[in-house]
Design a protein around this ligand. Sequence first.
Ligand code: MN
Length: 742
Amino acid sequence: MKSNDRSKLGDYRRKRDASVTNEPFGDDAPASSSREGTTAGAYVVHLHDATRRHYDLRLEIGGVLASFAVPHGLALDPERKHLAVKTEDHPIEYLEFEDVIPEKQYGAGPMIAWDRGSVTYLEGPAEDEVAQGKLHVELRGLKLRGRFALVRLAKGETGNEWLLFKKQDEHASKDRVITEELPRSIYSGLTVDELEGAAAIGAAHVARAFELGAKRLGAAAARELSARDRSPLVVAASGETPRGEGWVYDAQLEGLRVVASRDGDVVSIALWGANGSAETVEAFYPEVVRALRALPLTRIVIDGELCAFDASGHPSLSRLAQRALQIAKGDAHRATTFTPVTLVAQDLLVVGDADVRSLPLSQRRELLASIMPDVGFLRAAPPLEGPTASILELCAAHGIPGVVAKKKSAPYEPKKAGWLSLSSGVAPRSRAIVDHRAADPSRAVRQVTITNRGKIFWPDEGYTKGDLCDYYANVADVVLPYLVSRPVILVRYPDGIAGKSFFQWNVPPGMPAWVRTLSIPGDEGEKKRGFLIDDAPTLLYVANLACIPLHILAARMPDLAQADFFTVDFDVKQSELRHAVTLATTLRKLLEAIGLEGLPKTSGQSGLHVLVPLGRGQSFETARALADLLGKLLVEQHPDIATMDRVVTRRGARVYVDTGQTGRSRAIVAPYSVRAVAGAQVSTPLDWDEITPDLDPRAFTIKTLPARLAKHGDPMSGLLEAKPDVARAVTALSGVVGSRAR
Ligand code: MN
């Protein structure tokens, strides 16, 4: 596997081993992006504790991130000109990257996302500015604001040395050192020094909750809290003035009240309509989802307000409405860059396995403040305290229509929560229609945009990434039953079959909230991550990630410890297909004799697979024992053409009968999966009368399969419905083995 040198990201990919680092490998920029040049885009600043600690400023230019390493960071004082060394272009997905780059890898060390926002190129297309060695930009970020300049040094040693400095404007400052003032990540809220110990920091938050008297979150409560129809506490309409101490105030923001929860990698954001029904809207707020996934906790439930801020810093419903439209049009990148949203958290229900709802509000708020980033897409609402009259005066002065007064001692329980809504006398601004239904997130937003359709994935045939995606879209109805509720292991080929490939074990940055993943317990206690591909949009999403083959486990949710089929793999790499045909036919007879059914398919490369359905409730040990015994019988009957020898050199020209593909974390290529081989062959289920010496697996490709399926249907459809008597089969097989021994 070699990297594709023609790619804009060739340098980037050459420096990294995608099987080791979690950094995104990246799609290439669409060819059209460079035609007119880039006038605006996204930027991100990372703080990177590599061999030498530095900041990385990355500016979107031509669909990739032009990157500058800045050892001394970004200064607001125009007189401080800092060296910025231009490095290799990074993929656009790097906007969301934050992780520890493993030892011995390029750039090893922790890296946090320190700032993010939009960049405007003030003096023409960025491509021209870079060529001229002078970039004049305006940044609008969570932390950085105003104009900056990058100027290439004429006398630099390598031509990559630039100077970065603040231009004079109202955001310039001689005194503020923003890197020291705001050192934390905009996603996780952690400092770069804390990132490696993130789990311990998360555990400390949970321990603190228990110390305060939180209850352990029971299974029933966890279910209740993750239920999407759970409504938030309702604010009681009241003009009564709270008396005495013991109240805290939250400004009434022009936002959307939601309950957001994270469980593992799955994030749900629920919004309640006037009629009390909930919508889940996480697909509209990818930056909030990203931040929730970055918190050093596997579980959290927050009550808060989604806000988009206008130019003067006020939360604005019309901005949110504008946002929803951009997302509905499929332009999430533009929406998150130019109209970012923040979840202003006002209450905490769950942290880790601690249920904090019974704690007093003041303690829930204390925990919340310690968990939330200070600047970012998640933020704790600043609690307002003091005499009611002065709070309302303050609100009126700032144009805030009112406050919600909350009793500090109240638990998070309907009726006991002690909430009062108070008006400051300022009229609320016109309420805009943030209508998520106009673009139903379950349909509109799940519509996956296929990028780089024209990119060649199979050079010999000229088949493209678009051909791959079209194939999976065409056969979705047939392939999905084999994927539903079953962990799928992904291998990505961003440059097609001739380029580098890698397993996607982790959640890729930018993964939509509706894509589900789960961890797979391995045979040796190791944990891997699988994807759940339960519907056509998710299938298309992974196809667009350039996942050519789909590997499935022989187990389905909810019990991944039980096998529902086993596989006998006839590997003919050193032999011939006609011998595999003989062996598969013999296996079919052996299976019939013990009351089991075998379902054959091409491997999609040169060999054959026979899948044997087991129904539900079989252990992997039973499945593996059956497979091994059958394999041994086959080798005994056909010693000249079959072997189970693990040592490749001892196999000679025999078919390798591989029964080792059945196990808790073993995956086989799914029926109708495409293979990353010449010809774009597909692993194709066949009728037994097609298993003849004339069989040619090369006939089954992404181009021929849709017509074949229309004509023949799916010969493997019995795999998932079969309910064989496995106990009887085991007894019968022991009989066969026993009689042979006598
Ligand atoms: Mn760096």
